[in-house]
Ligand binder design. Sequence first.
Ligand SMILES: [Zn+2]
Length: 181
Amino acid sequence: MPEYSKHSDTLWAPWRLSYIKGNDDTAVLPDPDRWRSGADKSCFLCRAAALPESYDRDIGVVARTDQSVVILNRYPYTNGHLLIAPLQHQATLPEIDASVLLDLQQLLAIWCQRLTRTLEAQGFNIGLNLGQVAGAGVPGHLHWHLVPRWPGDVNFMTSVAGTRVIPQALDDLWNQLRSCT
Ligand SMILES: [Zn+2]
């Protein structure tokens, strides 16, 4: 049983190692000329930024802007757990341009509304894990966690963690969230 499955106070636990390292069996790599400057080719967020939209379903991207990407967390703490990240591989808030910060905040607002409408979320945890000591799974590429909440949802991971039910559920969820945009 994963260590983060039991209690709500472990919501920001680090991600699974295979995901962090990007050594997923299904990993698709972008054409070499599509990587952004400064990209880390082992970073799944850089990979999402560099892949064309035709791969959005495969990699769980539900929305893109010129500066940011919104992606389903493949190891969600609750259903609909999104990651909202700049396209650039940047680790800290001061590195990020003001226009990109604004774009990221607007995406948080938009996706709170959409998750409320689509999944009837009743609350949210929104957080940044900055640095490895703070539990960042991908410390080099800052990303907001947007975690929708419902009464009694703390048992969610207990029922689905570690099972191959997740990819199918994510695919259905991707359809649902893409169509709400
Ligand atoms: Zn990156």
